[in-house]
Ligand binder design. Structure first.
Ligand code: CS2
Ligand code: MN
Length: 347
């Protein structure tokens, strides 16, 4: 395992120089944020991003994410051109030696929360989700009432997308994912890029949209769609940990034994009701995820890939991008390293 940290490029209020000062961080997880979804990424732009990161004494270890265009998820005829563009971006990654690509296959929305700053008992704030609050959101206003998604879709655009998904049930979404992977994985393999799908967050259907990467069996089905080493997963403990039926250490062990965990996102959540949870500090004692056992499973199965602390709380008066402040993620990084060091010394 080697530790990495997510950085949102030049617009991120956290400078690379600060990330460099967190002990043990070697890699940066980033993306090109100004390329329209569906357009190919230019090698030059990616190279520039990599150079800025190198100059800070770090390396660009993971691209998270190249977004998958909705037409690909919907299986529309335009998908072939869009998949060709996707392959071009993957080739650019390969030429620059960036080894891992994290992506997701969630219809319309990526991660979803109903509260971005829920106060915790210690005075910090954390991201939270409650299905009842989600059901109260009126999508007739587009995404304007959704925390974190405010300006993403206008009413007309959103309604059209939701309508298009009415014909796509979970099995069709699986077919569309298979179609995509059958074309992209061989390119990734040749480019020496490992594909790492991010689980759905939260790991259940929202707004009636299908979500298919939610449970252990889903991850195993995914790796079997195209049974090649380059087709793997991002093991996101916080996303998967929002379901009580996911046994995370067992899942990490199985996927790890298959050699299909290419990236690890580590954070903790506390389930507070049915389809209701909030994020917590990273340590196992603070939430429902046994991170020590997850890391032990990764360690035992020989995980050598990148790991990053995932969302943090807002602490010490920090203001910033929800989930992506510096301080709590830095604490998380130290915790994960301590666990890993302890586990390594035990053997
Ligand atoms: C991330 C996701 O911030 C987060 O919740 O884990 O947004 C992740 O970047 C994407 O799902 C990956 O495609
Ligand atoms: Mn994650």
């Amino acid at each position: 395992m080697y530790l990495t940290f997510r950085w949102f490029g030049a617009a991120d209020p956290i400078p690379l120089a600060h990330i460099r000062q967190i002990p043990g961080i070697r890699g940066v997880v980033s993306a090109l944020y100004d390329v329209p979804v569906g357009a190919p990424w230019s090698r030059e732009q990616l190279e520039r991003l990599g150079r800025d990161i190198d100059a800070a004494g770090l390396t660009l270890a993971v691209v998270e994410s190249i977004p998958v265009h909705e037409d690909i998820k919907l299986g529309r005829p335009t998908r072939d051109r869009l998949i060709a563009n996707y392959c071009e971006s993957v080739r650019a990654m390969g030429e620059l030696g960036i080894p891992v690509l994290c992506y997701n296959f969630m219809p319309v929305f990526d991660w979803m929360r109903t509260e971005l700053a829920m106060p915790l008992a210690d005075g910090s704030t954390a991201l939270a989700y409650d299905d009842r609050a989600l059901r109260a959101v009126n999508l007739a206003h587009g995404t304007s009432d959704l925390p974190g998604w405010a300006a993403t879709y206008g009413p007309g655009e959103l309604q059209a997308l939701l309508a298009a998904y009415r014909d796509v049930d979970t099995e069709r979404l699986w077919d569309h994912l298979a179609y995509f992977l059958e074309r992209v994985v061989p390119v990734a393999e040749e480019a020496r890029v490992r594909m790492a799908i991010h689980p759905d967050d939260p790991p259940w259907s929202i707004f009636g949209l299908p979500r298919i990467i939610c449970r252990g069996p889903d991850l195993e089905r995914l790796v079997g769609l195209v049974d090649r080493p380059a087709n793997g997963v991002t093991f996101c403990t916080g996303s998967l940990g929002a379901r009580p039926d996911n046994d995370l250490p067992a899942m990490a062990r199985r996927l790890g034994e298959m050699g299909r965990i290419h990236f690890a996102h580590c954070r903790n959540v506390r389930i507070t009701g049915e389809h209701q949870f909030h994020e917590t500090p990273h340590p196992s004692a603070c939430g429902g995820v046994d991170l020590r056992e997850v890391l032990r499973a990764l360690h035992d199965t020989g995980f050598t890939g990148p790991m990053r602390p995932d969302h943090g709380r807002m602490i010490w008066g920090e203001r910033g991008r929800p989930g992506y402040g510096l301080y709590d993620r830095a604490l998380g990084a130290m915790y994960l390293q301590g666990l890993w060091e302890g586990i390594s010394n035990d053997q």
